[in-house]
Design a protein around this ligand. Structure first.
Ligand code: FES
Length: 492
């Protein structure tokens, strides 16, 4: 007896949508047989032909009662088990699923084989039929034994995939083919931005409607109320707000993406300075936060114009990843004659900073899988840091090399960050070069580490003269000009 074909009376009654008492009465009337207090699935369906095994009226009733009784916060009741318990149960479920799928695979294979042999046997004369049937039985037994003894990797993968789908589903943008995973409690928009995509959006909070996407396939679910109203026709056509919906299943979306800086709107965002961290005696990492309802949309490697409360203004390279448009970072260097930096660093950490932009074209070649070589000279580390963080996010290149050429002392915040990339990523190589290294010598050392530079994409940021020398050396070494992108950063 396979226990999966039998149900307890309680479970059978619940599935049939009747009381346990009613089912017991049918058993007493001998309308249905039981075995050790259990009822066969086939008998239950015979008794209640309308039973839908996938439909559980009791569970639905419970869900309805709970939804009406549940307090405003969805997560304050005890309906769901603790995450650790849920995880353990899911792992058990994965093992059951693996075994079940493996059995199914075996049956499919054996059935195919049997069909072929039966077809052959049908052609045999009567005398050889008995022999053919015997041979078939032996073959069948061997196939079953062999299949049961082997580890079915397909079944393991199938079960693992099914398990992972509990935690994340995939979304694909139809026009570009870009794919991303929607995990945890992320909205479609949050998931796309975390994956390094440049989906259109504005407020991130359901007010502007800029993040409208159309669901072409799959299911989404609203995760927060929004003020922006979609028309009935839009809803019928599958439009929803990416910032207020998540994916329930794998989804195919129609969505607008920015593919170049020209696709991004010009923005003015009044931010607050949250933290100023020392990197060295004369270098600071400034953390800036946008308001909750507004983020800065930019591409990695771009700049903004920053204006202090007293009106002093400066162009700054954004030193953080565009995947987080709310928490921005900038590197600034202290100089005796620089009023902007003096004002910024002397000011309170809660002072406001008006950011306008973005602009600049020191951008990553998102579609290239070639090794990416980043060369950050002095204050050029700021845009390079943004590019590297974006590169890690989109996970598109086969290898990344970072060469830092500056006088920032060992053990600094930046040094630790570079080492953490080197330690955490298998495809990341970090080298610190002498701060006074000439471009020619640097190029030679970079080539020794990276191999054939002509097959790499190079991103170089630093002082104008240094870059000019590097470009001349790279051209002489046969690196095509379109494989090198540069950013002149003289003052940070
Ligand atoms: S970004 Fe404004 S409604 Fe979604």
């Amino acid at each position: 007896m396979k226990t999966s074909q039998w149900l307890s009376l309680s479970r059978a009654a619940r599935l049939a949508g009747v009381s346990r008492g009613e089912l017991q009465a049918r058993v007493r009337q001998q309308d249905v047989a039981t075995f050790e207090g259990q009822i066969a699935v086939g008998d239950l369906i015979g008794l209640y032909p309308e039973v839908d095994i996938d439909h559980d009226p009791v569970l639905e009733r419970m869900a309805l009662i709970k939804s009406k009784a549940r307090p405003k916060s969805r997560y304050t009741d005890n309906w769901l088990p603790e995450p650790e318990v849920l995880m353990a149960r899911l792992q058990d479920f994965q093992h059951v699923l693996t075994r079940t799928k493996a059995s199914l695979n075996t049956i499919e294979e054996v059935l195919g084989e049997v069909t072929g042999q039966l077809e052959a046997a049908a052609e045999a004369d009567e005398r050889s039929l008995r022999t053919a049937v015997r041979a078939l039985a032996v073959r069948l037994r061997q196939s079953l034994d062999k299949a049961q003894a082997r580890v079915d990797r397909r079944a393991e993968l199938f079960a693992k995939d099914a398990m992972l789908r509990f935690f994340s589903v995939s979304a694909r943008i139809e026009s570009s083919g870009h794919e991303f995973f929607v995990e945890g409690r992320d909205s479609l928009l949050e998931a796309a931005l975390k994956a390094g995509l440049h989906l259109d959006y504005g407020c991130s909070s359901g007010n502007c409607g800029s993040c409208k996407v159309r669901v072409l396939d799959g299911k989404v679910r609203k995760i927060r109320e929004h003020d922006y109203l979609l028309t009935a026709r839009e809803r019928e056509q599958g439009w929803c707000l990416a910032c207020s919906n998540t994916a329930v299943s794998d989804v195919l979306l129609e969505a607008n993406e920015a593919h170049s800086p020209d696709d991004l709107p010009s923005q003015a965002v009044r931010c607050v300075v949250r933290k100023i961290e020392p990197v060295s005696d004369d270098l600071r990492l400034v953390h800036v936060q946008t308001p909750r309802t507004q983020t800065l949309r930019f591409m990695a490697g771009q700049r903004v114009s920053a204006t202090l409360e007293d009106g002093q203004r400066r162009d700054l390279a954004v030193a953080s990843c565009p995947c987080d448009g709310r928490h921005l970072q900038f590197l600034v260097r202290l100089r005796a004659d620089d009023g902007f930096v003096a004002g910024l660093l002397a000011g309170r950490t809660s002072q406001t900073l008006l950011l306008e932009g973005p602009f600049g074209d020191f951008l990553l070649d998102d579609d290239s899988a070639d090794p990416a070589v980043f060369v950050a000279v002095g204050d050029g580390f700021a845009p390079v840091k943004s590019l590297i963080e974006h590169t890690i996010t989109i996970d598109n290149v086969v290898a990344m090399y970072l060469f830092r050429i500056d006088a920032v002392p060992h053990g600094s915040l930046l040094g630790n960050l570079c080492r953490s990339w080197n330690d955490a990523l298998d495809n990341f190589v970090y080298r610190r070069l002498d701060a006074h290294l000439a471009p020619d010598a640097a190029l030679q050392m970079i080539a020794e580490t990276c191999g054939e530079l002509a097959k790499c994409r190079l991103y170089v940021a630093g002082p104008r003269d240094w870059i000019a020398g590097f470009l001349a050396g790279a051209a002489a070494a046969g690196v095509a000009a379109d494989r090198i992108r540069t950013d002149v950063i003289d003052i940070g």
